[in-house]
Design a protein around this ligand. Structure first.
Ligand code: FES
Length: 130
């Protein structure tokens, strides 16, 4: 499937080969609705403190890198409101790695993108059972 839906189906205990009625139904709905589930999401705080301290630029840089890497739709940047960590602005988080960063510079954002998106793109994903 390659759009993250296989992970959702696996978490629901449904076959990932789309052979059950439930998984066929979910797949059908997802494909018809255009509802996309990315493999990775980078949450970038763009609350007032983070925005002033580079959060907006970090978000733009990451969106540019996603586009350049041809990962649009597979990796998304989601802007968030204040995450209540203003003393550590700017803040961002890579999911599903649960890798949080604070006082992030563009260089650090770039490096984290390479490590958590590009280098791990084809690596097996850890599960909560590990
Ligand atoms: S504005 Fe980003 S943590 Fe508050």
């Amino acid at each position: 499937m390659g759009n993250g839906l296989d992970k959702v189906l696996a978490r629901l205990g449904l076959a990932t080969d789309a052979e059950t009625p439930a998984s066929r139904s979910i797949l059908g709905f997802m494909s018809k609705s255009g509802f996309n589930i990315p493999d990775k999401v980078i949450y970038v705080c763009t609350g007032s403190k983070c925005k002033k301290k580079g959060g907006k630029e970090n978000g733009k840089l990451l969106r540019d890198r996603i586009k350049e890497a041809g990962l649009k739709g597979k990796v998304e940047v989601v802007k968030t409101e204040c995450t209540d960590r203003c003393d550590f602005a700017p803040v961002m988080c890579f999911q599903p790695d649960n890798y949080w960063m604070h006082h992030v510079t563009e260089e650090q954002a770039e490096r984290a993108f390479q490590e958590h998106v590009i280098l791990r793109k084809n690596a097996p994903q850890a599960t909560s059972d590990e």
